[in-house]
Design a protein around this ligand. Sequence first.
Ligand code: NI
Ligand code: MN
Length: 225
Amino acid sequence: MNVRFIAHAAFELTDGERTILIDPFVTGNPKATVAAEDLSADAILLTHGHGDHIGDTVSIAQRTGAEVVAIVEVANELAAAGVASVADPNLGGTVVRDWGSVKLVPAWHTSTTPSGTVNTPAGLVVRFGGKTIYHLGDTCLFSDLQLVGSGEQIDLALMCIGGHYTMDRHDAVTAAKLVGAKQVIPCHYNTFPPIETDAEAFKADVEAETSSRVVVLDPGESHTL
Ligand code: NI
Ligand code: MN
């Protein structure tokens, strides 16, 4: 299972056969090293509807035919915008497909789409390629993160660390303790000035205080699980 950090909170998961995109914000993303037109997808999974997460979802879904999984209010907006295939779970719901599954879990944040649809943010627990990947979405630190990690062993957590709009790298160390993932890839930092932070310091702190290993990726870089 290969994980490519596209930039910001956007990731591409591939197992050699299928490709899953999470939060594909590419156009207008100052750190992106790829163009939206060059991304393929069998499914697109969204944590919430903020512009830096919904991103290029409509254009990629229309070009590729990928199904989009998003919380119901966002899913309804995307269907109305012309996405042919959507799944519309709510928190606690699991969508099972031939590629794997995704469950929506809580995240503490706010969200309105660029078109004005108010929606509740989520984290995503993805089973794909024989691994369990937890994208925390945009969130602050909250104690129920430990419920996600206690329910099953998380192989990889994709964790926001940039502060200002989400938890910062210090709170994210506590989050890493609560989640207990084997590996952590930090994201949602250095894209814009308010969220600049030191990912190597986050790595050092997590690896000193937890048994998780942190993999810091530059945009465009990949990591194999
Ligand atoms: Ni957000
Ligand atoms: Mn965000």
